[in-house]
Design a binder for this molecule. Structure first.
Ligand SMILES: Cc1ncc(COP(=O)(O)O)c(C=O)c1O
Length: 417
């Protein structure tokens, strides 16, 4: 408990932690008497409030009931087959396997891929990836970490750990910085050293996709994820993503070779033993993919425009954010980590709901808050957010925009701004 003392303290006292949401009206939420603009939602495409998506649910429930309680090995409604085929086409991968969540996938698939070999994990990889690696370690794998996005360090480690199988594990679009890794460089190393590259693109899928002359913005088209966005191939790559964020549906998948899919069908515990995704999620995922085909690029353009308004505002205020990608995850570290409680309360009072990035969720020198922009946030909310960010500069210190990209331990003290 001592390692999570800061988080525990915030969770028990702060209105923006462990909150009970009393009412939701699109991207506005009510907590007690307070209505707030929601910048903590991961429903990037705004499909959680799309009428077409909502209206797809009753017919699916009439046909399948609320929930099939078979594990997938026992049997799966035909919607799984249809979804896997549709996702395979969208991604341009060899095959797709659906499981309920990315967490289920990491816990079960990373240990199977690694066996008694070596896992090379980006040191900033998501906690659920790390937990999957820890299970793998319990089954005999060796876990080594490479410095965040440091290809030279990764190559050094690949040279010095030759036991097969070898798996490189990393986030796609990072859930805090909003920045993607260089998949080309990672893929080249994977192929050169006969390793698998395992990428968790929970935050990229649905938001970024293949580049095209017809694209409306540099997020690309179709939202088919980071591998396609960077024009890379799926050779030696296992691409993992979910529908729990951009598609507002409890469902996740691996894009993988068909022969690995057959192995996972008999060896991955969630396929064998876990309860499946709810029927409502299968239905909303399916209609979500249809909506994506027709309107997804327009939604992505809206996210792009709104995100750039917030990034421009931070620039103007000379506030540092690690976001260099322009993607809709904007982390704002505070100058003084002790301000997190007060800064969060201030945002709450001003009607802005964000994700607090508390220690130990992030290192002390990155404590602050994370803003997420979805297609369902309206212009008025973006205006209000920009105004409140400006007001905050006289009350709290931020890290200055010009500081070196490598975050040091030294803190900018209150009032310096
Ligand atoms: C990078 C990343 N991976 C995995 C997860 C967990 O996904 P799921 O809810 O599908 O288990 C998250 C959720 O926050 C995430 O950000």
């Amino acid at each position: 408990m001592s390692t999570v003392a800061d988080l525990a303290q915030l969770t028990s006292t702060h209105p923006m932690m462990d909150a009970v949401i009393d009412e939701v009206d699109c991207r506005r939420i009510r907590v007690g008497d307070q209505w707030l603009a929601d910048f903590a939602s991961c429903n990037y495409l705004g499909l959680d409030w799309d009428r077409e998506v909502i209206e797809a649910v009753p017919a699916a429930l009439d046909r399948w009931g609320t929930h099939p309680s078979w594990s997938r090995l026992l049997g799966s409604p035909v919607m799984y087959e249809q979804l896997e085929r549709r996702l395979t086409t969208l991604l341009g991968s060899e095959d797709v396997l659906l499981l309920p969540t990315i967490t289920h996938i990491h816990m079960s698939v990373i240990p199977l891929l690694a066996g008694e070999g070596v896992i090379f994990m980006d040191q900033r990889a998501h906690k659920t990836i790390f937990d999957g690696c820890s299970i793998a370690r319990g089954h005999g794998a060796t876990l080594v970490r490479f410095r965040h996005n440091d290809m030279e360090h990764l190559e050094e480690l690949l040279r010095s750990h030759s036991i097969a199988p070898r798996v490189i594990v990393t986030d796609g679009v990072n859930s805090m910085t909003g920045n993607p890794p260089d998949i080309g460089a990672l893929g080249r190393l994977a192929r050169e050293y006969d390793a698998l590259l395992y990428v968790d693109d929970a935050h990229g899928f649905g938001v970024i996709g293949q580049r095209s002359r017809d694209e409306l913005c540099d997020y690309g088209m179709s939202g088919n994820g980071l591998i396609r966005h960077q024009g890379e191939s799926y050779d030696n790559v296992i691409f993992v993503a979910g529908m729990s964020k951009a598609y507002s549906s409890l469902l996740a998948f691996l894009a993988l070779p068909s022969r690995l899919k057959q192995v996972l069908k008999v060896a991955a515990p969630p396929y064998l033993f876990s309860g499946p995704s709810p029927v409502a999620s299968l239905a909303t995922a399916w209609v979500g993919l249809e909506v994506n085909e027709r309107r997804g690029d327009d939604y992505r353009f809206e996210i792009h425009q709104k995100t750039h308004r917030v990034l421009d505002r931070l620039n103007q205020l000379e506030i540092h954010t690690p976001n260099t990608s322009g993607l809709p995850i904007i982390e704002v570290p505070l100058g003084d980590d002790e301000d997190i409680d007060a800064a969060g309360r201030y945002l709450f009072q001003q009607g802005i709901y964000v994700t607090l990035a508390a220690y130990p969720l992030v290192p002390k020198n990155e404590v602050g808050f994370r803003i997420q922009i979805t297609a369902a946030n309206d212009d008025e909310q973006i205006d209000r957010l920009c105004e409140v960010l400006g007001d905050m500069t006289s009350k709290f210190s931020f890290q200055p925009r010009t500081r070196p990209s490598q975050v040091g331990e030294s803190q900018v003290r209150r009032g310096v701004q």
